[in-house]
Each structure stands twice: as structure tokens, then as C-alpha cells.
Ligand binder design. Sequence first.
Ligand SMILES: Cc1cc2nc3c(=O)[nH]c(=O)nc-3n(C[C@H](O)[C@H](O)[C@H](O)COP(=O)(O)OP(=O)(O)OC[C@H]3O[C@@H](n4cnc5c(N)ncnc54)[C@H](O)[C@@H]3O)c2cc1C
Length: 380
Amino acid sequence: MNNKDCFDICIIGAGVVGLATAYELAKKFAKRNVSIVVLEQEPSFGQHTSSRNSEVIHAGIYYPEASLKAKLCVAGKELLYAHCTQFDIPHKKIGKLIVAQQSEISALEKIHSGAASNGVMDLQFLDKTQLKKLEPEVNAEAALLSPSTGIIDSHSYMQSLLHLAENLGVQFSPFSRVQKILAKDEGFTVECLLDENRKPEAYAFDCSYLVNAAGLRAQALAQTIDAIPAQAIPALYYCKGDYFDYRGANPFKHLIYPMPETNTTGLGVHATMDLASQLKFGPDTEYVDQAKFEIEADKAEVFAKSIASYFPAIKAGDLKPAYAGIRPKLAGPGEPPADFIIQDQSVHGLHGLTQLFGIESPGLTASLAIAKRIVEGVSI
Ligand SMILES: Cc1cc2nc3c(=O)[nH]c(=O)nc-3n(C[C@H](O)[C@H](O)[C@H](O)COP(=O)(O)OP(=O)(O)OC[C@H]3O[C@@H](n4cnc5c(N)ncnc54)[C@H](O)[C@@H]3O)c2cc1C
């Protein structure tokens, strides 16, 4: 980091949302001399939730009408596909099937009409014969085909955001953990610990505008700001999702999703794949007290049982523990699902501060739309 003690804008967190925000801010102020810094506690960008997800570009099907999740997913999907095309980011509009058994068909129809309310108009209802033609290995009575669902190389996407932002003058500072934020009459003082594992050094600087995009640590960071009322900081629940790789050849051409869990904590253990066609299953949902990423190998039995409802050929021995991610949920077990929170002065009372809470799925898909929403509110 430069020996500079004042920035116009500071973004805390170089996950996909912090990076998208940096890029959109840099574009907005490209013709002005506005200094922007992105602070990241890790050695590199995107090492937390942004690299521990399904890498699916969601269509915007399930979220409640008019919610931020629905609006920003639908808008974000278009922005993301356009970005991928413009900057050659590996991606594929592979399509997704939501598959239903006989007893689930009316719920599937509800999903169809809910998606239309969100502006997702391209879903196609398939009967058993049509489904079998597309995916012979799938056992279900009916399905919805979402042609605009896709997969993306999220690392390349984040790399592109960082490079584009840096080319527009944004300064990226890895190894920089923010420990405390002081709200001043105007702006903020940000206190960091640099290089904590090798040569720790305290560093503080001032900024006029601050974006808290710290993901799983967003609430903890907000709690360091004395001027924020406690009731403005939403409760946070960690909800772990495990993935298992499939050992055999991938029998599917589409992403295959069962019906979402009835409590809507998750989308159900689905079949997804990366751009090399490696099939994986997950994520499940498990509320945990702290961030941990180990996968219990004997969970393969539970996964196989759940997957067998739509892919009868699966065996527990076909599944190999892969990786896990943690959702920063704002709703606890059994509570109704919560929306994204993009919080500004009207809630916490501090001019120049935007805080992001509960940016779980579809945060990757929505990242550019979230960024544009934040940037609209920044005037310098
Ligand atoms: C299991 C799972 C599956 C998912 N699947 C999908 C999907 O298929 N499609 C989709 O659209 N979305 C998906 N998501 C959601 C998506 O991954 C997230 O919404 C997105 O990655 C959130 O990005 P972020 O930048 O907000 O957070 P993060 O990626 O967590 O980034 C926050 C960053 O802040 C840094 N940080 C934290 N505290 C500090 C501090 N004090 N100082 C400095 N830096 C700090 C962290 O190191 C981290 O790099 C999934 C999520 C999970 C958990």
C-alpha cells in the first residue's frame, strides 16, 4: 500500500461483490481524480465464499417477487453474460432442469408462475417423455427447463474485475485486515493490520466513502463502528453447504435441480458441473456455529439417498468429498428466507457508508447489479 493517508473511497473485501463494486465505481469516476482502494485480509482476492459456490449463473426463478434477490439476479444475469462475452470470460449457457415427481407437479407449476412474476419468461414446461429425451438418466414426472441458466469460471470473472478496476486506477491491497472503523464528523478512519502473518504493521487512513463488503465478517466489521446502533446490524447465521464430486462420467447435459427444500433454506442437492464437465452434487444445508470446511465422508450416504430421487443410478461410492462453502444467512433455522440487505445512511445514520449483509446465493449472479445499485448512491 502507498504511504498515503487519505482515499476517497474504500471497499472492504475483495470477494466478487467488492470487486464488482470497485470496477463500477472506477468506471463512474474514471474521468475524475477519485482515489479508490480495495482492502482484503487474505493474500489474494476471492478466497472466501466467492470461490466456494456452485458457479451457476442463476435465472432468477425462485426468489419472492420484487425482492432484491429477484430484481438483482434477473438484472445481474444479463450484465454478467454481457461482461463474459465482452471480456472473454469462460462460461456456458448450459440450461437447467428443475425436476418434479408426481406429488410435486403443482408446486412446479407455482415455480413457473413465480418466475414469470420475476420477469423470467423463458421457462418451458416438459412432460416425462420430453424430459427423457433431454436427459435419459433422470427419473421424474415433469420438469421446467430454464435455458438462460449457465455456469461460469468465477475465478476468471473476478480476475477480470480486478484487472479492469486496476487499469482504471483502483489500488488493491491484499494482506490488509480491517480491525476497526471510526466514524468522524465527515468520513471515516479505517484501522488495519497489514501483513499479519509475516511482518505485522498497524496502518490507518481516512476515507470519505466506505463499502463494507466483508461477506461472512460484515456484521463483525459493522460492530467495530461505535456510531452504528446495534439494531441496525442484522443477526448472522452460518449455513454450510457441502459438495461431492461424482467419480464416473457425467451423464447429464444440463444442470439438474430437484424441487427446492420446502423451508427454502436451499435449492436441494443438485447436479452441477464445471466448464470441464466435471459433475458434482451439492450443496446441502447445515447451520454451523463457526466457519469450518471439512466434509464428513459418511455424508455420501445421505447425499446418495437424496440424489436417488431423480438419479436412481447413483451410489454412495460414486461420491467423493470435494469442498464446502458457507452462506451468510440472515434467517435462522426454520425462519422464513431473508432478502439481501444493502444498507445506507437511512438505516444506520452515517453518511458515506454502504453495508452489505446476507449476500448469499444468487450473489455471484447478481454481483454487477448489486455493484450498480451501490454506485448509484455514491456522489463525491
Ligand atoms: C454453497 C454456496 C453456493 C453458492 N452458489 C452460488 C451460485 O451458484 N450462484 C450464485 O450466483 N451465487 C452462489 N452463491 C453465493 C455467492 O457465492 C456469494 O453471494 C458471493 O460469493 C458473495 O460474495 P461477497 O464478495 O459478498 O463475499 P466473499 O466472497 O465472502 O468476500 C468477502 C471478502 O471480505 C474479506 N474480508 C472479510 N473481513 C475482512 C476484514 N476485516 N478486512 C479485510 N477483508 C475482509 C474476506 O477475506 C473475503 O475475501 C453460493 C454461496 C454458497 C455458500
